[in-house]
Write a new protein. Structure first.
Length: 254
């Protein structure tokens, strides 16, 4: 027999209807109105939850700890063995609930536990908080952007895994770029979760160490070491900017 065989059985018709109803022929699932509504509801509930947490922190006086290194250090030290968990928990809250500052927590961690263990606790807290923010954005916002922009999200830098990883590493090295916003923004891109975690961890290590070290030196009262730490922090900040300038010049020269 030659030619393309056709099937008149009901099962063939039902299979076609299943593909039409459940997704496209290539296996992708279309974004339905119900999913959009669920994500809008999810985002609204998150906003309410964050507002309640912020209100509780304000009413209990805990919010002031995020802006006062001395009070924060005293709270950490008075917590005893639970101090590291307090640092990690505070960091998660500061990252997920923007715009609570996280730098004082890193300084207090270094002040209380030194630059080694202080850095470890800062990295654990910041990476955990960043991943939670990443997941929230992915669950609440990615489908909305896919609906608005369609295939545009898959092209160029937004579709490049290595390009996104590089951007995240650079942004983590720049203290003046919001750590929280980068985490949420990454969640609505195509970057995989493990690449995001890897890029965040690599990028946050230098700044975490310097902030914890700075906090440790503040405790020692050694002005010379404090000044050196500030210079190193500035140097780390300038590195990605200098690399970006050099790469732009090379691209223009081609």
């Amino acid at each position: 027999m030659t030619g393309v065989q056709t099937c008149a059985l009901p099962i063939c018709e039902n299979t076609g209807r299943q593909i039409e109803n459940t997704g496209k022929a290539d296996g992708t699932v279309p974004i339905t109105e119900n999913r959009i509504h669920r994500h809008i509801l999810f985002g609204s509930l998150l906003i309410i939850a964050f507002s309640l947490v912020y209100l509780v922190l304000h009413r209990t006086g805990t919010l002031s700890l995020f802006r006062d290194i001395e009070k924060l250090r005293a709270a950490i030290e008075s917590s005893g063995a639970l101090g590291p968990l307090l640092i990690i928990g505070f960091f998660i809250i500061a990252v997920v609930i923007n715009p609570l500052p996280s730098a004082p927590i890193a300084l207090a961690a270094g002040f209380a536990y030194g630059h080694i263990w202080g850095t470890v606790y800062v990295i654990i807290g910041s990476v955990t908080g960043a991943f939670i923010a990443f997941l929230i954005a992915r669950l609440a916002g990615r489908d909305l952007l896919n609906r608005w922009f369609g295939e545009k999200l898959k092209v160029g830098l937004l579709g490049s895994q290595m390009g996104l990883m590089g951007m995240i590493v650079v942004f983590r090295l720049l203290p003046f770029i919001s750590f929280d916003i980068v985490s949420y923004a990454a969640g609505v891109t195509k970057i995989t979760w493990w690449r995001f975690l890897l890029a965040t961890t690599v990028g946050i290590i230098p700044v975490s160490f310097l902030l914890a070290h700075f906090g440790s030196e503040m405790g020692s009262g050694n002005q010379a070491r404090i000044g050196l730490t500030v210079l190193l922090l500035g140097f780390v900040t300038v590195i990605p900017i200098a690399v970006k300038v050099i790469l732009n010049k090379k691209q223009k020269g081609r």
